[in-house]
Ligand binder design. Sequence first.
Ligand SMILES: Nc1ncnc2c1ncn2[C@@H]1O[C@H](COP(=O)(O)OP(=O)(O)O)[C@@H](O)[C@H]1O
Ligand SMILES: [Mg+2]
Length: 199
Amino acid sequence: MLKINHLAKAFKHTPVLTDVSLQAEPGELIHIAGENGSGKSTLFKIITGLLTADHGTVKHDPDDVIGALIENPGFLEFENVMTNLRFLAELNHRFDADRIKALLTQFHLDPASRQPVSKYSVGMRQKVGIIQAIMENQTVILLDEPTRGLDPDSIHQFINLMTTLKHEQKTVIVASHDHVAGLDYDQSLVLKDGQLANA
Ligand SMILES: Nc1ncnc2c1ncn2[C@@H]1O[C@H](COP(=O)(O)OP(=O)(O)O)[C@@H](O)[C@H]1O
Ligand SMILES: [Mg+2]
């Protein structure tokens, strides 16, 4: 369970989040819409601890593991995809080669590829970004504009993946300026004027 209470964040003197509260239960799929610059990525950065809020709290269960894809994920550019994912998972001692291979295959990426990720397209990088957010069996998953650059079949695979995560009782929050067609959200919210409202 993720519980966000009265978050506020300003950059210099410009408020971005003024009063954001949200409660997300296991098995819930939540959408946060909002125009460019409305603060979606800032909210995700605060939830993951990349940024600190000026006010408010973020709480989750002690055994929750947070996974996130935020903006453009960074990789070891001259290494192949498996080396990258192994490196990231081993940081947390949660490397599961079979799960990673299955996820790569589902997204039509070759686990045995020797190509450096620097040669990957935007959509391919985006898929690797989605995979790193879920490959360690994370329980609270934040996906920032996850379908950016994805082709129709990959969007279809993404929708299947969201359904699987829901059945596994994961908490998933998707932020994007528009809805991903075909996804059935439990909460549909919009971030506007620094606050979350029902969409
Ligand atoms: N590190 C930062 N320093 C200053 N301003 C920032 C920083 N990060 C984001 N902002 C500003 O905060 C606002 C919200 O940005 P962001 O959270 O990236 O919005 P979104 O993800 O919804 O497009 C924008 O006006 C952006 O310019
Ligand atoms: Mg953003």
